[in-house]
Design a protein around this ligand. Structure first.
Ligand code: AMP
Length: 197
């Protein structure tokens, strides 16, 4: 009944997207990325000129109710229900974590993994991502926005990590090293979580 239910936490630039993609291949789970959903040109939430679009470009969080409705809709779809999921970019606030628990009740997530990469390393990666992408890059990877996103992220996600920690669901994984090394660490954690669920 249903596949693994995984949450990936970690700073922007910590490699969540890359690793979520790999977990999706390895375990057959659906990669649910709120950032990707919101950046989708078809997204009605972030249509050109909308307040949501402006918030994203400025590196600010969208309102909880908007993002909760988006994720709630996705998690209810048949592929996610059948195959399970790896959530990337959600929950970002305690209100979102509470909402996720409600959405999944009476079950819950198998494990929340925090991909740990030091702030100075992700800062350098994000600035690199911006210059590699040139004019086509994400506006929220701009230097001044990156610093703001990181500070805000650390304050908010500390509370979310704490939320999972208090429920015995948080595992912190070293996000430094090659992509393969990090994937191997994640696999060990996910295998253990699945075995004990
Ligand atoms: P990300 O790609 O996960 O860094 O998300 C890009 C941007 O989308 C964020 O800076 C926010 O503006 C918005 N966003 C993504 N996920 C959330 C969320 N869970 N809550 C609020 N805003 C979000």
């Amino acid at each position: 009944m249903g596949g693994p239910r995984l949450v990936l936490l970690g700073r922007p630039g910590a490699g969540k997207g890359t690793q979520a993609h790999r977990l999706s291949d390895l375990y057959g789970v659906v990669h649910v990325s709120t950032g990707d959903m919101l950046r989708d040109p078809q997204s009605t939430i972030t249509a050109a000129g909308s307040a949501a679009r402006a918030a994203i470009d400025a590196g600010e969080l969208l309102a909880d109710d908007v993002v909760i409705a988006l994720v709630g809709g996705r998690l209810a779809q048949a592929d996610v229900v059948e195959r399970g999921f790896v959530l990337d970019g959600f929950p970002r606030t305690v209100a979102q974590a509470d909402a996720l628990a409600d959405l999944l009740a009476p079950g819950g997530v198998d494990v929340a993994i925090e991909l740990d990469v030091p702030p100075e390393v992700v800062q350098a990666r994000l600035v690199g991502r911006r210059s590699a992408a040139g004019a086509a890059g994400r506006p929220d990877d701009a230097d001044e926005v990156v610093g703001r996103r990181l500070k805000r992220h650390d304050a908010e996600v500390a509370a979310v990590a704490d939320w999972f920690e208090r429920r015995g669901l948080l595992v912190v994984v070293d996000g430094m090293g090659s992509t393969d090394e990090v994937t191997a660490r994640l696999r060990a954690v996910v295998d253990r979580a699945i075995a004990s669920s």
